[in-house]
Design a protein around this ligand. Structure first.
Ligand code: PLP
Length: 432
């Protein structure tokens, strides 16, 4: 099974090991019989893969992890309770112990807030760059304490595209890993590991789940980065949890797991300690959602482009931001990295007052006003007041997010019904 579409349905699941159940079963159990004292010891030491306690790993969650690792072209993955848990754990694992993170100013609101105001409480600091595709600006931000470069492959809500290949090369020249949040395009449209990314994170709440009915996150490791080269001492320090004290064998994550040190540390230290583990029920919903990812994406991307074009001709719209549109600033990058489409979200800037914006948001009936993306239902929201509310005004200005911005997430409805809904809402807002 080699193609993406086939792996989206079958990848990572061993039917024979699961009573030949066609659909991945939900393992609703907190713990598993370890069978023997010898096996229990090996499981606890991480020497043998298996299930003992669902805060560490669970078969339903494991199937989702394996499927997404396959779809992203990674070696291994760890699921988390939400996208923010995946972003936070991946970044803290890389920068742990007082490091610095380089990130663009236009990342998702809660990520900006974490980097700018919360992680510093743990000794982890951020250096924000205005343009992640300006390699001179990124290189100038690299310091001896820098531990990782982070970016979103396609930014939310602007759909700016990150030029991954040269950014990965720059990071690697400096001994740094590149971590990419690939939530917006999903692996169907873009696979950052193919362009040099070392770790990919997701909010699986969005397009991967696809129906807005289950939170989740994922950290996927390409298994290529050498975490023992010196910049990341947390991977070479001796850890009791994986050492064999009785036989006098001290181990670090790098000595025991080699190039999988990162993903093993995320599971063993972050998910196991902070406990933000994905529930098997949510994993099941996301496995079902993943089966239809390719067909949903095809439909939604085509609709998003049609709606973006319609908005371009609307007299009350000052600017449409969708990198899939020819003439948009990132169109060439979108064609290079996402030839099948840049994603299912787009945004536009209203030419009008606060009152026009409110009336528009209150007048749609097919679009639902809520702060999510990647749902089968089409969604509308004002990022400046809702999804990016926690972002300081100065950051929002630098990221180009204004109070007149509207973000759309395009679902599976007929695009003509969506355009008609927007048309009625504009008419109600402007009285024309
Ligand atoms: N990353 C991106 C790009 C997002 O858009 C979001 C949520 O909107 C997140 C991370 C956080 O995901 P979650 O809401 O599942 O925690």
């Amino acid at each position: 099974m080699t193609t993406f579409d086939t792996n989206a349905v079958h990848g990572g699941y061993d039917r024979a090991a699961n009573a030949n159940a066609a659909s991945v079963p939900i393992y609703a159990t907190a713990a598993f019989d370890m069978e023997s004292a010898v096996r229990g010891d090996r499981l606890a030491a991480g020497e043998e893969f298996g299930f003992s306690y669902s805060r560490v790993t669970n078969p339903t969650v494991d199937a989702l992890e394996r499927r997404l690792a396959t779809l992203e072209g990674g070696e291994a993955a760890v699921a988390t309770a939400s996208g923010m848990a995946a972003v936070s754990f991946a970044l803290l694992a890389a920068a742990e112990g007082g490091g610095r993170i380089i990130a663009p100013i236009d990342v998702y609101g809660a990520t900006v807030d974490a980097l700018a105001t919360f992680f510093p409480q743990f000794g982890v600091h951020a250096d924000f760059v205005d343009d992640i595709n300006d390699l001179d600006e990124v290189e100038a931000a690299i310091r001896p304490e820098t531990k990782v470069i982070f970016a979103e492959s396609v930014a939310n809500p602007s759909t700016r595209v990150t030029d991954l290949r040269p950014l990965a090369d720059l990071a690697h020249r400096h001994g740094l890993p590149l971590i990419i949040d690939n939530t917006v395009p999903t692996p169907y449209l873009l696979r950052p590991i193919e362009f040099g990314a070392d770790v990919v994170v997701h909010s699986t709440t969005k397009g991967i789940c696809g129906h807005g009915n289950a939170l989740g996150g994922m950290v996927i490791d390409a298994g290529r980065f050498d975490w023992s080269a010196g910049r990341h001492p947390q991977f070479t320090m001796i850890e009791q949890v994986i050492s064999d004290e009785r036989r006098g064998v001290p181990q670090s994550f790098a000595s025991l797991f080699g190039n999988l040190a990162f993903i093993r540390r995320v599971r063993t230290k972050y998910v196991r300690t902070f406990g933000a583990v994905l529930s098997p029920f949510n994993a099941y919903q996301q496995l079902v959602g993943l089966e239809t990812l390719p067909v949903r994406m095809e439909h939604e991307v085509a609709s998003a482009l049609k709606i973006a074009r319609w908005l371009e001709g609307n007299p009350h719209v000052a600017e449409v931001r969708y990198s899939g549109l020819p003439g948009s600033p990132c169109h060439a990058l979108a064609e290079r990295y996402c030839p099948k489409g840049v994603g299912t979200i787009l945004s536009f800037r209203l030419d009008g007052t606060e009152e026009h914006l409110r009336r528009l948001l209150d007048s749609t009936t097919v679009f639902t006003y809520l702060p999510n993306i990647g749902d089968a239902r089409s969604l509308i929201v004002d990022p400046g007041r809702i999804t990016h509310r926690e972002v300081p005004g100065e950051f929002r200005r630098r990221a180009g997010i204004t109070d007149q911005d509207v973000r759309l997430s395009i679902g599976l409805e007929d695009p003509d019904d969506l355009i008609a809904d927007l048309g009625r809402a504009f008419a109600a807002a402007y009285g024309d």
